[in-house]
Design a protein around this ligand. Structure first.
Ligand code: ZN
Length: 417
């Protein structure tokens, strides 16, 4: 099996940008011509569609959140006139709202890149345990698995007992679904006196729709011998990013433009900073430009040893409302949790204040080991903090063990607005 899904994954950054800018400008022209909604948005903001020539030009357009899309669709059902009326839609999905989404097309590579990167292929029998009922998940992940040649068992939302039986009888080798559901399938198997690792052949799992917590991942990989991969997307825009075997960030799909923006202004943040993931899926069916996912992440620009040249997302750091802006950069509680995990579950609390016009970031740390406070330790801590959060710490306050109560907030904003 080839290491990469196709040539696009090894395009130079310049090549990718040129091709994507071209597709974007085609999508915008077509959208303006075919979709009364796009025409209205452009005309209201006095934007000439011919001026959207590259991803940098997208910033003049408003970000459309899920809530806004629901509103738009309620006024103008089913697709808020964002679709191309000349193309026959093969499936219509719905998700809570309700919001209706036209399926892109049978030929789309939706999720296939992700499964390929996880090493799933024609030799696999994959259990697709995403719901097939009304929502996009089941059928969309199913077609991705088919695109890499795997045999699919469409088990959907069947009971965990049924899933155990399918895994056993059909010699399933791969699982796709949520991590929590796989965990409950494993528990069910144990309840039925099976040894999941020895008795069954599930060696790979590709997860989406839920976070994969590090301790859960460790359990899957170490106790049950399952190689795990994370995938990220949204029903409105399809697949967005996926993990490769390096498992150091999620490669952005070749068919999407991902911007990381300041949710307050819709403008792109500086390289490597935290912001909202905004996605434009390049296609000629559904002209949803700049979909705001509400999820926070940052971009990794370094090249990945796997050979894919795309930018990567550094996981999901939380939801937009959770983040606090310090000196123009966002910090999210989940980033602080990552730091805690790195330093032996160190109890920490970040406090943001304002002195004059300047923001100040103080870190309270419980002194749980003697080396804490040493210059060497502190330098290492500050360096790691800045790697994860981008923002520099102004002051560290060491407090005695037990001072920071578990119910206290990780991130406290004391500034008056
Ligand atoms: Zn990679």
């Amino acid at each position: 099996m080839s290491r990469l899904f196709d040539d696009k994954e090894s395009w130079t950054r310049e090549e990718r940008k040129t091709k994507q800018d071209q597709s974007l400008s085609n999508m915008v022209s077509l959208g303006y011509e075919k979709s009364p909604r796009i025409k209205q948005i452009f005309d209201t903001h006095k934007i000439n569609p011919l001026n959207i020539k590259s991803r940098e030009d997208l910033e003049v357009l408003p970000v459309t959140s899920r809530e806004k899309l629901v509103d738009m669709e309620l006024q103008d059902q089913p697709f808020a006139s964002l679709q191309n009326p000349d193309i026959k839609i093969d499936r219509i999905f719905t998700s809570p709202g309700p919001v209706y989404e036209p399926h892109l097309s049978e030929t789309d590579y939706l999720w296939a890149r992700a499964y390929h990167a996880a090493g799933i292929g024609p030799d696999d029998i994959a259990l697709c345990a995403f719901s097939y009922h009304l929502v996009a998940a089941g059928l969309t992940f199913h077609s991705g698995l088919r695109k890499v040649g795997a045999t699919v068992v469409p088990s959907g939302a069947s009971s965990s007992q049924m899933q155990v039986q399918l895994i056993k009888d059909l010699k399933v080798t791969a699982y796709t679904g949520t991590p929590s559901f796989l965990m409950s399938i494993i528990s069910k198997a144990q309840e039925l006196s099976f040894d999941f690792k020895k008795d069954f052949g599930v060696k790979k799992a590709c997860f989406a729709a839920e976070p994969l917590f590090p301790d859960m991942r460790r359990k899957f990989e170490e106790e049950y011998g399952i190689d795990t991969y994370q995938m990220y997307g949204a029903t409105e825009v399809g697949d967005v990013a996926y993990e490769c075997s390096e498992k150091k960030g999620w490669h952005i799909c070749e068919e999407t433009i991902v911007e990381i923006v300041d949710p307050e202004t819709g403008r792109n943040v500086a390289a490597g900073e935290l912001g909202e993931i905004v996605v434009t899926r390049l296609n000629d069916i559904f002209f949803l430009l700049r979909f705001g996912t509400g999820d926070l992440s940052r971009l990794i620009a370094e090249h990945c040893p796997c050979g894919r040249t795309s930018y990567r997302l550094a996981g999901i750091a939380g939801r937009v409302g959770d983040a606090v802006k310090v000196r123009g950069m966002f910090i999210a509680p989940s980033q602080l949790k990552m730091i805690q995990a790195k330093f032996n579950n160190l109890p920490i609390q970040a406090i943001v204040t304002r002195e004059g016009h300047a923001d100040r970031l103080k870190l309270r740390l419980e002194k749980i080991s003697p080396e804490m406070g040493d210059e060497k330790w502190e330098t290492g801590f500050k360096k790691y903090f800045q790697e994860i959060c981008t923002v520099k710490i102004d002051q560290i306050e060491y407090v005695s063990a037990g001072t920071i109560k578990p119910e206290e907030k990780l991130l406290v904003d004391l500034r008056k607005w």
